[in-house]
Design a protein around this ligand. Structure first.
Ligand SMILES: NC(=O)c1ccc[n+]([C@@H]2O[C@H](COP(=O)([O-])OP(=O)(O)OC[C@H]3O[C@@H](n4cnc5c(N)ncnc54)[C@H](OP(=O)(O)O)[C@@H]3O)[C@@H](O)[C@H]2O)c1
Length: 309
């Protein structure tokens, strides 16, 4: 029973003690030391090179080392008959909610304005609403969106969520599908993107979407860089249609040193750290799916390749 681990070389050393402790019978091979491809049963991967998974003829399960599987489905050679599971770890969900709460509070409490005032030694009170008067909208109301929503609700924000299918969540204004997107956007003073990157959501954060937000709205994108049309964000900040953006994910990562986002006074850049994988909590969750497969039980968090997430 062999598993191929494909992520950064440093990360293998962080995972291996957990695999050895929890499933000692599992032989873990760390890419590029693949050995006999036909002997690999399981693959645990983050952004594997195109074609790697297709080269494993007896693969039974593909496990993704993160929540978003866009990179796996973008590879046309990823075997479609092999189940793909994504990582859903409550530890990461809490981390994402901390990030979202932090950034929404910063935008709500005008932290960027006060930081600029401090740089200029300006002592000046700005207008301030209460959280109950601040309308926050979460694009993508799934595992991460709903948990972040609960925490924002606890802080008192006036919350809305947008998803593909209709949802009923107490105390939250819920919207679903393309038809209800304009009404959702029209009330979102702070917009948080927690969508998966799919054919439908690629480039969704564009000029058209920004124009439907209240003037001066702010954006938090903690999902994927492919959701955002970079030039449209810069244009919307330039006209004042948007007042600020906090970005954790980018089309090119690391963000190139000459990218205008780095130095824009109304953009906060973080290096894709909103919810990092955590081997001590994630390893038992991942290995549980191997046990499920072996025992013929249903897998947890299986991805639907046709849907794209
Ligand atoms: N920055 C980071 O560190 C980091 C860390 C972890 C994850 N992420 C990103 O966060 C994403 C979301 O993760 P998750 O675990 O919350 O995923 P999830 O549970 O699958 O939730 C996705 C949500 O998006 C909605 N959705 C998908 N396609 C849609 C569409 N075309 N129109 C409207 N709504 C749509 C889904 O609607 P339904 O509920 O109706 O299906 C669901 O509510 C991941 O895919 C990943 O890219 C980023």
């Amino acid at each position: 029973m062999a598993l191929l681990f494909r992520s950064s070389p440093e990360s293998a050393a962080r995972w291996q003690p957990h695999f050895a402790r929890l499933m000692p019978e599992l032989e873990v091979r760390v890419w590029p030391e693949v050995g006999d491809c036909a002997a690999i049963d399981y693959a645990l991967v983050w952004q594997p090179e195109p074609g790697l998974l297709a080269s494993l003829p007896n693969l039974k399960l593909i496990m993704n080392l993160g929540a978003g599987v866009d990179h796996l489905l973008a590879d046309p050679t990823t075997p479609r008959h092999v189940p793909i599971v994504r990582l859903v770890d409550p530890y990461m969900t809490e981390a994402m909610s901390e990030y979202v709460a932090l950034q929404v509070l910063r935008l709500h409490r005008r932290d960027l304005d006060y930081a600029a005032q401090q740089r200029d030694r300006v002592w000046w009170e700005l207008d301030q609403k209460n959280a109950a008067e601040r309308r926050v909208g979460i694009l993508g109301f799934g595992v991460l969106g709903q948990d972040a929503g609960r925490k924002l609700q606890a802080l008192g924000f006036d919350l809305a969520g947008w998803s593909r299918g209709a949802k009923a969540v107490p105390g939250v204004a819920t919207y679903a599908g393309a038809a209800e997107l304009p009404a959702f956007l029209g009330r979102s003073e702070i917009l948080v993107c927690l969508l998966p990157l799919t054919r439908e959501t690629e480039g969704i954060l564009d000029r058209r979407l920004f124009s439907q937000l209240p003037r001066g709205a702010a954006l938090v994108n903690a999902a994927r860089g492919g959701h955002l049309v970079d030039a449209d964000l810069l244009a919307a900040l330039g006209t004042g249609q948007l007042s600020a953006a906090v970005l954790d994910a980018f089309r090119d990562e690391p963000l190139p040193p000459d990218h205008p986002f780095w130095s824009h006074p109304r953009i906060v850049v973080t290096p894709h750290i909103a919810a990092l994988t955590n081997p001590p909590t994630a390893a038992p969750i991942l290995l549980d799916n191997i046990r499920r497969l072996r025992e013929g039980r249903p897998l947890e968090n299986q991805v639907d390749p046709a849907r794209g997430y």
